[in-house]
Ligand binder design. Structure first.
Ligand code: FRU
Length: 487
């Protein structure tokens, strides 16, 4: 039986989405059907399609009691909305159906595992719950919750116990990794095991923050890739560490190997995305074996950067193929993007010094690839301005001396006093740099050196802002290829 609350949400979203014109949304990036979106949830393949659920509050563009929105896609770029999958309609989740994951169970059903949040005596309680469905309609399991405070190891928090990432082992058994805090308040990731996906028991502490990277670790994902066991987590309350980590909510990629006791022995730790807006990523394995990652293209502290009139808020990032090379995480936009290439314009060996515009290189839905090579005498700085009109612009610049790459939306028309600029250190290569920028109306995702680093930010510049301008201090030689992206 569907609850009144879910029925109401489903009717509301169908009615309201009609009020949002296609041109008011990005072309390829998933946005909520209406209202608010945060984390990707249950990113999985089921029934020949990719499923993406999301933290969803349809009735307003701010966070509210969490529902699960739902969309499906065959190519990760063209999404079709399905009815909202869950509403916070039970006693154990009345404060919200928080983040979680999905797998296909042994009966061929789509199994969702999520955090049910309730309140008891003024205190938040977080438990793990199951819902089972056919890819469209989901029923919450009658014996929910399946993991509660009494399943936790000693000292583990029952307040911060959320975001289960569920998967199946090759022997068919189930595991999940859940974000938690240990007695000292620092984040840890707990591993649970189950024979049937319904009866769970604690197995091991997979990884511990030990007060190094922020506090609580949210939204774990765990998988093996290119010879490593990879843990993705999103820490809260980080402090800046050089140019690697930003203050606030960040993203962490831990590379290591599981030991015999199922603890992750850490080897390398890095940021996932070096931009401003990227959080809580989830991954899925494509049928051809590629590992695809999508994050919430947003930052909790910068949610004030928005179009106040818009009936939606929150976007997913471009889906990214990820790989590990030389002990580092590499990301590239999914190759499916090439199916949407429209007009192509390219230039070879353009020497840039003063402000330069190139015929045909413009637009706000674009895949722009640039190769920089120092020209005679070298250059101190290369500046790329995009999403530009008479009044506003956003910027990427690169200073080869120290190999500093910066994104900057200060002049994009924003009027909120939050982070608008971020710098990372790109690999040094005698002033050479490869840049690939994906623009989609409300965001820029900049992939450096074949995806060794990515810098993502959202943009809400008003009106048409399609100009692209190059300039340099000194002289730099540039090869440029631009593909318009069209659906
Ligand atoms: C991360 C997060 C999750 C939680 C969800 C609630 O962005 O805080 O930990 O499940 O958002 O919407």
């Amino acid at each position: 039986m569907m609850s009144e609350m879910l029925k109401k949400a489903q009717e509301y979203e169908v009615q309201q989405e009609k009020k949002i014109a296609e041109t008011e949304r990005p072309v390829f990036h998933l946005t909520p059907r209406v209202g608010w979106m945060n984390d990707p949830n249950g990113f999985s393949r089921y029934g020949e399609r990719y499923h993406m659920f999301y933290q969803y509050y349809p009735y307003g563009t701010n966070w509210g009691p969490m529902h699960w929105g739902h969309a499906v896609s065959r190519d990760l770029l063209h999404w079709e909305y399905l009815p909202a999958a869950m509403a916070p309609d039970q006693e154990y989740d009345h404060f919200g159906c928080f983040s979680g994951g999905a797998v296909e169970d042994e009966n061929g059903n789509h199994m969702l595992m999520y955090t049910g949040v309730s309140r008891e005596n003024g205190q938040e309680v977080q438990t793990q719950c199951i819902a089972i469905g056919d890819g469209v309609t989901y029923q919450k399991y009658e014996k929910n919750p399946v993991l509660t405070g009494k399943d936790l190891p000693e000292g583990a928090s029952t307040v911060d116990f959320r975001d289960p990432r569920i998967w199946r082992e090759t022997d068919g058994t189930y595991r999940c990794a859940v974000g938690n805090r240990s007695a000292d308040g620092s984040g840890q990731i707990l591993l649970f095991q189950s024979e049937n996906g319904l009866d769970w028991k604690f197995e091991q502490i997979l990884s511990q923050n030990q007060n190094r990277y922020g506090k609580m670790w949210e939204c774990p994902d765990f998988f093996s890739l290119d010879g490593y066991d990879v843990l993705l987590v999103s820490p809260q309350d980080m402090e800046a560490v050089e140019k690697e980590f930003i203050p606030g909510n960040g993203t962490l990629c831990v590379l290591g190997h599981l030991d015999e006791e199922h603890r992750l022995a850490e080897e390398k730790i890095q940021t996932v995305d070096y931009g401003i807006d990227f959080y809580a990523p989830q991954t899925v394995e494509a049928p051809d074996g590629r590992r695809i990652m999508i994050g919430w293209m947003q930052n909790w502290d910068t949610c004030g950067v928005r179009n106040p009139e818009s009936k939606w808020f929150g976007q997913m990032s471009c889906p990214r193929e990820i790989r590990i090379e030389n002990g580092k995480l590499y990301q590239q936009p999914v190759r499916e993007l090439a199916q949407y290439y429209g007009e192509k314009v390219s230039y070879q060996n353009v020497v840039v010094e003063k402000e330069t515009h190139l015929d045909g290189i413009c637009g706000s839905v674009l895949d722009l690839q640039i190769e920089l090579i120092p020209a005679e005498g070298g250059y101190e700085e290369f500046i790329l301005r995009f999403a530009k009109n008479e009044k506003h612009y956003s910027e990427f610049h690169f200073e080869p001396e120290q190999s500093l790459a910066t994104i900057d939306r200060t002049h994009s028309g924003v009027c909120r006093a939050v982070m608008h600029q971020r710098t990372c250190v790109a690999a040094k290569n005698e002033g050479k740099l490869k840049i690939r920028m994906i623009l989609d109306r409300f965001s820029a995702e900049i992939f450096l050196n074949d995806g060794e680093q990515v810098m993502t930010m959202t943009l809400y510049t008003e009106g048409e802002a399609e100009e692209i301008q190059f300039s340099a201090k000194g002289k730099v030689c540039m090869n440029v290829v631009a593909h318009r992206l069209e659906k």
